[in-house]
Design a protein around this ligand. Structure first.
Ligand code: NAI
Length: 389
């Protein structure tokens, strides 16, 4: 059980790029990083508008001289300080991730980056190489991967409770962009503009989430080939898709499907993962994150509740309150940030043995998502053909 004590010897000195006062995702980064005292927010380039960023940073308690106009100045000025930041989170629109991550690693910082990590496999490979060269880590915020019931599913699958995995059925299909809301909403506007999001909309923005959840639950499955069909129901979004279907074949003979959509009218979020084995299935839905359905063929459905003693120790160790009280996205993110801090601290003390077995969404998780989106776009643009992964 987490009781608020630090998971590392001392709080890591931390900064942010993006995540400003008007952003969608900045608050959950701060809430997660600061919750258990594993990070201290000391600097930032919080906003594309320097003045607004400074005003926002100081309102958070960051010293005015450490609220910088841009990330280049942030990294250079902090590197020159004895008490400069050791880690940075990147919460800016997608087109900036690669350049900011590269600059952060070059400045000797550990990085927490939003998904998608970058646009191309080549860029992701470069970041991975840079991590090795600089001896720094990248964590990627696939938020719900930190939820205890995702870890429960991982353990049950590893223990063979489902039998050999046959089918992975994934979706992240909401209805919020069923019409051209981008005409009014700035946060949506860049999401449907290739200059900001590269080659895809819902594949990169939404699909990579359930894809990583499924990878976390069943890491042994490797996608061998895939076929993707994508549509732009709001015509002005073309060539970017607001709906996509992907079929996958895994190397063990299992098959998978993933439906990503922003035009699924009436659906709030619709992120679901169903993993079907030869004996039983598991299903998790982000709108009811504290319940995991365990369905054994021929037996009544079991609803496994978070926080109950029948779960595995791994699924209980990151609870913050007993079962019955709902935990959700904010707690899952806090679990991830706690793990990022532990990984960064282990890296700094050269503890490779710890890192070898320690789970968190790392640079490879970022790379896998980028490569998968790239192959989906290739398949769709060739007329929905099978492509090797
Ligand atoms: P947003 O448009 O609401 O906010 C972006 C923020 O970044 C703003 O504060 C803006 O001023 C700032 N910014 C833009 N360019 C900058 C630059 N060069 N330097 C410094 N600050 C800059 O975007 P939102 O929705 O918060 O998304 C940000 C990132 O988070 C995206 O990559 C998105 O895919 C990701 N995201 C991830 C989620 C998750 O569940 N992991 C959920 C929502 C978004």
């Amino acid at each position: 059980m987490i009781n608020g004590t630090k998971a590392v010897d001392r709080a890591l000195r931390w900064g942010m790029v993006g995540g400003g006062g008007t952003s969608q995702i900045g608050y959950i980064h701060r809430s997660a990083a600061l919750r258990d005292g594993n990070f201290r927010l000391l600097a930032g380039a919080f906003d594309i508008d320097a003045e607004r960023g400074r005003a926002f940073g100081t309102s958070l308690g960051v010293a005015a001289e450490r609220c910088y106009p841009d990330y280049e100045t942030l990294f250079a000025a902090e590197a020159a300080r004895e008490d400069g930041i050791e880690a940075v989170s990147v919460a800016t629109p997608n087109n900036t991730h690669f350049a900011i991550c590269r600059a952060a690693l070059n400045a000797g910082l550990h990085v927490v980056c939003e998904k998608p990590l970058c646009f191309t496999t080549q860029e992701a490979d470069e970041l991975e190489r840079l991590c090795k060269a600089k001896n720094k880590l990248i964590g990627v915020t696939y938020g719900y991967a930190g939820h205890q019931l995702i870890q429960q599913a991982r353990e049950m699958i590893a223990q063979g409770m489902l039998g050999e995995i046959r089918i992975v059925n994934m979706q992240f299909a909401h209805g919020f962009h069923h019409e051209a809301v981008e005409l009014q909403n700035l946060s949506t506007r860049w999401r449907v503009d290739p200059r900001f999001v590269g080659p895809s909309y819902v594949l990169g923005d939404l699909a990579t989430h359930p894809l990583f959840l499924a990878e976390t639950m069943a890491p042994q499955l490797k996608v061998k080939r895939l076929l993707c069909s994508r549509q732009s129901f709001i015509a002005s979004r073309a060539p970017l898709e607001d709906n996509a279907f992907v079929m996958m074949e895994y190397d063990n003979g299992a098959v998978g499907t993933l439906w990503a959509s922003a035009v699924n009218c009436g659906s709030m979020h619709g992120q679901k993962i169903r993993i079907v084995g030869a004996k039983a299935s598991l299903e998790w839905w982000d709108e009811q994150p504290n319940q995991l359905r365990y369905e054994v063929q021929g037996e009544p459905v079991r609803i496994l509740e978070r926080g109950m003693p029948y779960l595995t120790p791994r699924a209980l160790e990151e609870d913050r309150i007993g079962g019955g009280h709902p935990e959700g996205l904010f707690e899952a993110w806090s679990n991830l940030y706690r793990r990022f801090a532990q990984a960064f601290a282990a890296s700094d003390r050269g503890d490779t043995a710890f890192l070898q077995t320690f789970w968190y969404p790392d640079v490879h998780a970022g790379l896998a998502g980028v490569r998968w989106v790239e192959q989906c776009v290739k398949s769709a643009d060739a007329g929905a053909v099978w492509v090797e992964c």
